[in-house]
Design a protein around this ligand. Structure first.
Ligand code: CAP
Ligand code: MG
Length: 405
């Protein structure tokens, strides 16, 4: 978010110093390494350079370590260069020997460093407009198995999900353009069957085709997907790189929303003491153009804790920077029995996705999609899933299969 009354950058870290290092010295080591200093005094750090020194604004005990807020002068950042921003706030500091552990928790940027970014082209409002929804959560599915299906079978699964009532169908993170399911074949077939489903139901359904590839080819691949009829594209942000998303976000020829998957994130977000929390990453991902971003579940198969998930959602949906809001996506091990808890904890301005929790329904994909939608309807009506299931067969079958915890 924007740093209040500040023209500089404020980064917040949790850290645990090495046993022979004072907390103040440890925080100072971060500050020096990422601005004008190094491990020893240097004669070249003269007066005019020292204007770019950072400062340790505060240190307070937290858990087994400390929380520190460090101020970095805005001038050491190159406006609009996300790679360079990260090299400062999330750079060498992770390897410093004086710290046993260090985790970047949050970054506040002044307007001057956010102004070069346009943010999402569609955002929550734009995606809702395509679907025709107002305040209800969107329901999505990931085609499963994540790899292996032919283009024809992928399209059939997508059709079933659309008939069952989902708003969004997406490829999984490892499916791109492999020989067994090339994009050129899969995408037109899926769009054709989604068209058939629309003729039957009158409902628009989005298909986020995974265009993840090397950064210098991604725009070309996105444009090709749009030529083939894509109404949404998807990118694996951490394996493709921030520049790839930014290129998509800033290209005015790309007039479809971008769904962002975060595969690989847990390598740096999972350890509560070391690495980078999802929040500052989500912040950047919003700035560079994500219309939808995975932020985790509070009851699914992945290991997450509610305050962290909420912190990411907050940075995607706050009224800040004059930017559109990014639609948070809760996905991973969800099924109808988990819907109420997710929505009660995370709010209804969210996309709830289920892969196994739809295609694993005992009566198949269409019934699974109906059961997920019924669970959402129950929540919106203020009714428990158990109560709602009395009149909704697919939901009843799902609850029998997976329970309602
Ligand atoms: C969900 C998912 C997502 C995870 C990633 C999967 O499928 O498509 O990749 O949600 O989670 O393949 O696991 P299921 P996170 O619904 O079948 O679990 O972003 O939290 O790492
Ligand atoms: Mg997946």
């Amino acid at each position: 978010m924007r740093s209040k009354n500040m023209s500089d950058v404020i980064a917040t870290y949790y850290f645990r110093p090495r046993s022979d290092t004072e907390p103040k010295m440890a925080a100072q080591a971060i500050c020096e390494e990422e601005t004008t200093g190094t491990w020893t005094d240097i004669s070249t750090r003269t007066g005019y350079v020292k204007r770019l020194d950072g400062s340790v604004e505060s240190i307070a005990p937290q858990g087994h370590g400390y929380i520190t807020r460090i101020r970095y002068p805005a001038e050491i950042f190159e406006p609009g260069n996300i790679a360079q921003y990260l090299s400062v706030v999330a750079g060498n500091l992770f390897g410093l020997g004086r710290l046993e552990a260090v985790r970047l928790m949050d970054v506040e940027y002044p307007d001057s460093l956010v102004a070069p970014f346009k943010g999402p082209k569609f955002g929550i409002t734009g995606v809702r407009k395509m679907i025709g929804s107002t305040n209800r959560p969107h329901v999505g599915t990931i085609i499963k198995p994540k790899v292996g299906l032919t283009p024809e079978d992928t399209a059939t699964v997508a059709y079933e999900a659309a008939i069952g009532g989902v708003d969004l169908i997406k490829d999984d993170e490892t499916l791109t353009d492999q020989a067994f399911c090339p994009m050129d074949k899969r995408l037109p077939l899926v769009m054709k069957l989604l068209g058939d489903a629309k003729d039957e139901t009158g409902r628009e359904v989005l298909y986020a085709v995974n265009i993840t590839t090397r950064a210098d080819r991604i725009v070309e691949r996105a444009l090709h997907a749009i030529d083939l009829g894509a109404n949404m594209i998807m990118i694996d942000i951490f394996t493709s790189g921030f520049g790839a998303l930014q290129a998509l976000g800033e290209d005015s020829r790309i007039k479809v929303p971008i769904h962002v998957h975060r595969t690989m994130h847990a390598a740096f977000t999972r350890n509560p003491e070391h690495g980078i929390a999802m929040r500052p990453l989500a912040h950047i991902i919003r700035m560079i153009g994500a219309d939808q971003l995975h932020t985790g579940t509070v009851s699914g198969k992945m290991s997450h804790d509610a305050p962290e998930v909420k912190a990411s959602i907050e940075v995607l949906t706050c009224n800040c920077h004059g930017m559109r809001k990014t639609f948070p996506v809760s996905s991973g091990g969800l099924h109808p029995g988990k819907v109420a808890h997710e929505l009660a904890t995370l709010g209804t301005d969210i996309v709830l996705q289920a892969g196994g929790g739809i295609h694993g329904h005992p009566d198949g994909t269409a019934a699974g999609a109906r059961a997920m939608c019924q669970a959402v309807e129950a929540f919106m009506a203020g009714t428990s899933v158990e109560e709602y299931a009395k009149d909704h067969y697919e939901l009843e079958r799902a609850l029998k299969q997976w329970g309602s915890s």
